[in-house]
Write a protein that binds this ligand. Structure first.
Ligand SMILES: O=C(CO)COP(=O)(O)O
Length: 215
């Protein structure tokens, strides 16, 4: 199972979370990556943890003020890009161009989507993986793998029908090892989570509990 922790814009210490994630990953053998704010990419990557960027802009080098350039994210140590998160939805043409930008720097890519129909559309764009995240469950602590298991099963089937090489992650409300095990049972190859780690009093303990069933 792949665990991607999205720090969003939460007021956590990104280096402390990244250090804990790296150590838990090393000691358990479970793949854990951190997606911090773009301005924190270098500091997070310096901990040794696998580092992802939360978004890349659909642009090349040029006059694009305020953009997140894929090349800059790669220079800062990112190796993957999360795209089309429900808090940062893209137009279809921009999503396609952001995937092109990520591919320019050989990033691994995950495209987020709300439901199985959108998962099929996202898989058709050729990312490495897709992530199904029902927006109404994000940040609630109610795990998608328990609250809406059919959406995960249907997303796995929808992606496989389009392109069997595209992995499926699930996210929204995931925080415990039990949630991760349920996601795995439903066919997910990984989980995408945020508040369960970024807002935890003890992020290391939260990560240890999360990965325990697959450690
Ligand atoms: O949006 C998410 C991950 O990208 C999920 O957020 P929560 O884990 O806080 O529900």
């Amino acid at each position: 199972m792949f665990v991607l922790v999205n720090l969003k814009a939460y007021p956590c210490d990104p280096v402390a979370v990244a250090t804990a994630a790296h150590e838990v990953s090393e000691s358990t053998g479970v793949r854990i990556a951190i997606a911090p704010q773009a301005a924190h990419l270098s500091a997070v990557a310096d901990t040794g943890v696998e580092t992802w960027v939360q978004h890349v802009s659909p642009v090349e080098h040029g006059s694009h003020t305020g953009s997140t350039l894929a090349e800059a994210a790669a220079d800062a140590g990112a190796v993957g890009a999360l795209l089309n998160h429900s808090e940062n939805r893209l137009k279809l043409a921009d999503l396609d161009a952001s995937l092109d930008a990520a591919e320019r720097v050989d990033f691994e890519t995950i495209v987020c989507a709300n439901d199985p129909d959108q998962i099929a559309a996202a898989a058709a764009l050729g990312p490495d993986a897709v992530a199904v995240e029902p927006p109404e469950l994000i940040g609630t602590g109610t795990p998608v793998s328990k609250a809406d298991p059919d959406i995960v099963r249907d997303a796995v089937d929808a992606a496989a029908a389009v392109d069997a090489s595209v992995d499926v992650l699930c996210g929204a409300g995931i925080s415990t090892g039990e949630d991760l095990a349920s996601a795995q049972d439903l066919g997910a190859e990984g989980v995408l989570l945020a508040s369960g780690v970024a807002k935890a009093d003890d992020p290391r303990a939260a990560l240890e509990d999360l990965v325990d069933p697959v450690a």
